[in-house]
Design a protein. Structure first.
Lengths: 501, 52
């Protein structure tokens, strides 16, 4: 373990490795940025969320304002990532940092929260990738058959697991290709849609863009909060770019900066595409197609056969995110194993590819089992839909603790400069508090049956069973780890070394 | 990205958010001050009966 700003580099033959055995200096700043953006799956996130934001009572055309408000806690927490990574570029990210700041128990639970969130989302991502693969070939039977959806999902997860296993460079190159295609198509969509709004050809409900769409202050607080509950999770995933810090050049600076920049770029992407979609089609159309706004929009904006472009955008988005979800999970469990928080078998590294072996394959296998169970036992996909809401609990949990950990870890240096106080203290802690508020608010909202798809289990709403239950499931595992792995649980808390901010 | 570029981007975004928030707050004041008068039915018991 190191608290130095830069992970140590050990040269084995001609290949340099970090202290965990991962391939050092394999990724540049651009790869960190690409992995961060691709992991959030912008096209898929917009396709699946924009319609639901628009239909919230009182929001409508003001969805861009909701996206701006949702961005604020994300930006604040990303600054926490940036400063914590500067002090400790550990692939375990939040796990390692909260262990240092708050001790082993909270550290362990935060590692578990990352794992839970990533496993939960894998089912949805792989099913979407599978559905859109079939949609690309107009195969309706495949899109509606549980068996074929499971088969497609298993193939996608297996393929992406293999890429992650095969090496970090191949992973980064795949991401570069997939994200480029996705962004180019979204840009083309936005330009063509806005051109049609102002030069004719848009749908009957089309509207000219207004500055008031971006102002959240004339929304009712309740409407805004309901929108933010949805909006905040379309930004989730940018932290994957930080999880590959030990494989990055300038590991203490590059990944942290890329995390902050990726959130800003995501905001721009979301604002441009959401504004174009609302202006082109109006709110009624988006509300009527809230399950997937991009596919029907693509048919209208591009016409046949170019409408396939948006299917390709969502397909590349979901498949890229499937891969970038495996990457950070494998690195978190790798780090937990190297810290002695879970069995050391999860810390095994491939001697040639220098990637986590058991952690990567284990994540892929678990995702396949989870997806098959979820789709197999509930072909109507109600539980799958609720699982997306559920993962918000784990995300708020570990994002929130990261923000708080930053302020606490740097507490002895915060009052030495205004800049340090604001950027490494006040702002990340505010982000953490906001995440805590959203966690509680989400719990209250999700307790209302009208917001969920499935019938409650034992009287508890399904998103709460999966989200909170998933987090609580970590407690018995942590107690087993405590019984077997005492040295980790005897760790003392630490403070940031001086001179970093 | 150099440290200067990064700091400008980060602090710039924070400043834009604050300015944007202040302007938005002022511009939206008339909307927030609008109130709607909703008349309650005089015969509440009858209204409840109709609903049920």
């Amino acid at each position: 373990m190191t608290s130095d700003a830069q992970a140590p580099t050990i040269t084995e033959g001609h290949i340099a490795t970090g202290d965990k055995g991962l391939k050092a200096d394999a990724l540049g700043y651009m790869s960190n940025l690409v992995i961060g953006i691709a992991s959030t799956a912008p096209a898929y996130s917009l396709a699946a969320t924009l319609g639901f934001i628009v239909v919230i009572h009182g929001i409508g055309v003001k969805a861009p304002a909701v996206l701006i408000v949702s961005f604020v806690p994300i930006l604040f927490v990303s600054l926490g990532y940036r400063y914590l990574n500067k002090a400790d570029p550990d692939a375990g990210t939040t796990f390692a940092w909260t262990t240092r700041a708050f001790g082993p128990w909270l550290g362990w639970m935060n590692g578990w929260a990352i794992f839970v969130a990533d496993v939960i989302v894998m089912a949805s991502l792989s099913v979407i990738a599978s559905q859109y693969t079939y949609a690309l070939f107009d195969w309706k039977h495949g899109q509606n058959s549980a068996t074929w959806l499971i088969i497609g999902s298993v193939v996608w997860i297996a393929l992406m697991t293999w890429i992650c296993y095969r090496g970090i460079e191949l992973s980064a190159e795949t991401q570069m290709f997939l994200l480029s295609a996705e962004i180019l198509i979204l840009a083309a969509f936005s330009v063509v849609a806005l051109a049609k709004v102002y030069h004719g050809g848009a749908l009957p409900g089309s509207l000219h863009v207004s500055a008031s769409w971006f102002n959240p202050f004339d929304l009712s607080f309740n409407s805004l909060i309901l929108g933010v509950l949805l909006g905040i999770f379309i930004y989730w995933g940018w932290d994957s770019g930080v999880a590959v810090n030990e494989e990055s050049r300038d590991s203490a600076e590059g990944p942290g900066k890329a995390a902050v920049l990726s959130t800003i770029l995501l905001l721009l992407i979301y604002l441009v595409v959401a504004t174009a979609a609302i202006a082109y089609a109006g709110t009624k159309f988006l509300g009527a197609n809230s399950n997937d706004v991009l596919n029907p929009l693509g048919k209208s904006v591009f016409g046949s056969p170019w409408n396939k472009l948006l299917i390709i955008a969502v397909l590349t988005s979901a498949s890229a995110s499937t891969q970038t979800t495996i990457l950070p999970t494998a690195r978190t469990t790798l780090s937990m194993a190297k810290w002695g928080a879970i069995p050391e078998v999860f810390g095994r590294i491939h001697p040639r590819y220098l990637t986590p072996t058991v952690s990567t394959i284990g994540m892929g296998a678990l995702s396949i089992v989870w997806t098959a169970l979820l789709v197999g036992f509930d072909p109507g996909q109600n539980v799958l839909s609720d699982s997306i809401t559920a993962l918000g609990f784990a995300v708020c949990f570990y994002y929130g603790f990261t923000g708080l950990a930053c302020g606490w870890y740097y507490r002895r240096q915060l009052f030495k400069s205004v800049r340090g106080f604001v950027l490494a203290g006040l702002v990340p802690v505010l982000g953490g508090v906001m995440m805590g508020f959203i966690f509680v608010k989400a719990w209250i909202v999700e307790s209302n049956p009208s917001y969920n798809y499935s019938a409650p289990l034992f009287g508890i709403q399904v998103p709460i069973v999966i989200g909170i239950g998933g987090l609580l499931l970590g407690v018995p595992f942590m107690l087993i780890a405590f019984a077997k792995l005492r040295p980790y649980f005897r760790r003392k808390t630490e403070v940031a070394p001086p001179g970093l901010i | 990205v150099t440290r200067t570029t990064f700091e400008v981007l980060t602090l710039g975004t924070l400043v834009v958010i604050v300015i944007f928030g202040l302007i938005g707050y002022v511009v939206a004041k008339p909307v927030r001050e609008q109130t709607a008068t909703i008349e309650l039915p005089t015969d509440l018991a009858g209204a409840v009966g109709e609903v049920t």
